[in-house]
Design a protein around this ligand. Structure first.
Ligand code: SAM
Length: 349
């Protein structure tokens, strides 16, 4: 392990692998209206499932306070996630509070949100007006039967596509679409999704199916490696690699050689990118996770609900970040699949 640099200032701390704290992902709810088989399978998340009681979920004021302290520590990007973030009541109010924060250099934050798209027809305008800059919509297929088999609630493709249209009408651009690819389930949707994204001008990002949590029964055989996805697309619509825009960018970007836009590959299984991971995650109940594959989080809710000052909170977060050494995906083996891990619906990816 490399030693800590002696002169690391409190603001902008580096972790043990010299990674700065750049992004914060905030899960605003553990609830979701979908039951994706790879995330919240309905057999386990049925009507009796005990989601967090309301008083255990961070209030907007608590989220804003924690986010502000992260920004004071150098975070420049905040992604709102869940569960399904659009099921949290009055979400635009939180967006407005976060949009008012300023980075250390005085610039607005990069404020974005990941959603299943089901609520965008209703909420795209208010979210945009509140100051949200970008949206990423998850959509795993354009085929209703395949999509239903993945979302677990027979949710129609057309409604998500309409949500994407609503986001565009509200002025969000560019719009990204995330597609989790699972062997044998939606592989046949790779090319139709790529063609549709090219035609509609959204940026499609293929995500390798990951072993987050334990409820999805993940097996390495279920993963379609990014190289294979690239080869399939390239055979029909030639693509070439693009460089990354900034340190910590999760997607490997490729552009169509004919100039018709780009696609991204999030290859966290076959090409792990822990060395550049600058992300912290805050769960709906206020736990800070330093890795998507962590077993435990650090309880920030207890701090904000106690009599701690903002300086105490800043010190607590900086202390967690400075000793961070997580690089789960680089160490992944068959044996690590059994280690305890937080579930994806709790921290939102
Ligand atoms: N409900 C929102 C949504 O659907 O985008 C936000 C939360 S969801 C957990 C965030 C992203 O994680 C989605 O794009 C989802 O497809 C992805 N995801 C969930 N489980 C996954 C897994 N096991 N492997 C890869 N991606 C996963």
């Amino acid at each position: 392990m490399r030693p800590l640099p002696i002169d690391t200032p409190l603001a902008a701390p580096l972790d043990r692998l010299q990674r700065p704290l750049h992004d914060l992902r905030v899960s605003v709810t553990d609830r979701c209206n979908f039951r994706c088989t790879y995330c919240m399978p309905k057999e386990l998340f049925g009507p009796d499932f005990a989601f967090l009681p309301r008083d255990q979920v961070l209030s907007f004021e608590e989220i804003e306070r924690i986010a502000r302290v992260f920004v004071e520590l150098g975070a420049e990007k905040i992604r709102i996630t869940g569960g399904e973030p659009l099921v949290r009541r009055d979400l635009p109010v939180l967006i407005e509070m976060l949009a008012a924060l300023r980075r250390l250099d005085g610039e607005p934050l990069d404020l974005t949100l990941t959603t299943n798209g089901s609520g965008l027809r209703r909420l795209a305008d208010p979210l945009r007006a509140a100051g949200l800059q970008r949206v990423t919509v998850s959509l795993d297929s354009l085929d209703d039967a395949t999509f239903a088999a993945m979302n677990g609630v027979d949710f129609p493709v057309a409604k998500v596509v309409d949500g994407i249209a609503a986001a565009r009408e509200a002025g969000f651009a560019p719009i990204k679409v995330n597609m989790v690819v699972r062997r044998g389930l939606n592989e046949s949707s790779i090319l139709p999704m790529a063609r549709w994204a090219r035609d509609t001008g959204v940026i499609l990002r293929f995500i390798e199916y990951m072993d987050v949590g334990h409820t999805n029964g993940w097996r390495l055989d279920d993963v379609v490696p990014a190289d294979e996805i690239v080869a399939r697309i390239d055979a029909e619509m030639p693509i070439e690699p693009l460089g990354s825009q900034y340190r910590g960018e999760v997607a490997n970007r490729w552009r169509y050689r004919d100039g018709a836009g780009e696609v991204g590959l999030i290859a966290s299984v076959s090409q792990p990118f822990c060395g550049d991971c600058t992300r912290a995650r805050l769960s709906a109940e206020g736990k800070l996770y330093t890795c998507l594959f962590s077993a435990d989080g650090h309880d920030l809710r207890a701090i904000v609900r106690g009599d701690a000052t903002d300086a105490d909170l800043q010190e607590a977060i900086a202390r967690v970040w400075r000793v961070r050494s997580d690089r789960y995906s680089e160490l992944r083996t068959a044996a690590t699949a059994d280690l305890p891990r937080v579930e994806m619906y709790a921290i939102g990816g």
